[in-house]
Structure formats: C-alpha cells, structure tokens
Design a protein around this ligand. Structure first.
Ligand SMILES: [Zn+2]
Ligand SMILES: [Zn+2]
Length: 139
C-alpha cells in the first residue's frame, strides 16, 4: 500500500481511502480501462465519486487518456516518471475484435513533420488490428 500512497503523493494528490482504493483497482488492469469498467469492478463506490476521481487523477497526470475511436474515452496509469509530454507519449493499440486498448509503452510516437508555426501540444496515435489473443483465434 505504501507504494500506492507514494505514487499519489508524487503527483500532489491528497490521500483518501477511496482514492487509494480506486488507484489500486486501476493498477490491476493490464490494459486501458474506461469509466464503465471501473464502475463494474468498484460497484461499492458511487459513480460521481469515481468520475471526480478519474478527472483529478487525469489532471494530475497520474493517468493518461486515450481516444481509441470506440466512443468511450479509455484511461491508463502513467509510468512513474511520465510527464505526458509528446516526447514521452507512447503508441496505443486497439483490438477490433475484443475492443481492448493496450499501451505500447516501448513504442514512442513517430516524429511527424508539422507545418511551420504550428505548435504541437499532444498526440493521439492509435494502431488498430488484432491483439495476440484474438489473432490466434483468427488463424
Ligand atoms: Zn483482442
Ligand atoms: Zn498508454
């Protein structure tokens, strides 16, 4: 539990029992999650608390958001020293079969030449296809 407390404190988030509980649950996901996923696993926490906590964690960059085109915003816990700058962002992979989104932490976003005087703030780089589990079923 100490490690969780430390992770929240590092991001300037005040510790409460419910925040710890939610963060712990987030750490259990091996893939990106959406609000509805958390509502299912944390059915004792009321929805507005969940929503406010996600918003806070996102603002404090404890988690990052991913728009994978599925219509619901996904989230994933940031690596410890991530500051969510474009250089630190990674590619995401959306499986069209099981509708799961994965963080490809080791695949940084390719450098893109943008027109002069355009200023880049963030990037949302999503690859689509089949995950390792679904590709096995497909063949
Ligand atoms: Zn899949
Ligand atoms: Zn990610």
């Amino acid at each position: 539990m100490d490690n969780y407390i430390e992770r929240l404190q590092e991001r300037g988030i005040n510790i409460t029992a419910v925040r710890l509980l939610i963060f712990k649950e987030m750490m259990n996901f091996s893939h990106a999650f959406c609000l509805a996923d958390l509502e299912t696993t944390l059915d004792t926490v009321d929805k507005s608390t969940l929503f406010r906590t996600i918003t806070l964690f996102h603002e404090k960059r404890l988690i990052h958001s991913i728009d994978d085109g599925s219509g619901s915003i996904k989230y994933s816990v940031c690596s410890r020293y991530c500051d969510c700058s474009v250089e630190q962002q990674h590619t995401h992979f959306y499986c069209e079969k099981c509708k799961t989104t994965f963080c490809l932490d080791n695949a940084s976003i390719p450098e893109v030449n943008i027109p002069q005087n355009f200023i880049l703030h963030s990037a949302n780089f999503v690859l689509k296809g089949l995950c390792s589990h679904c590709s096995k079923i497909a063949t």
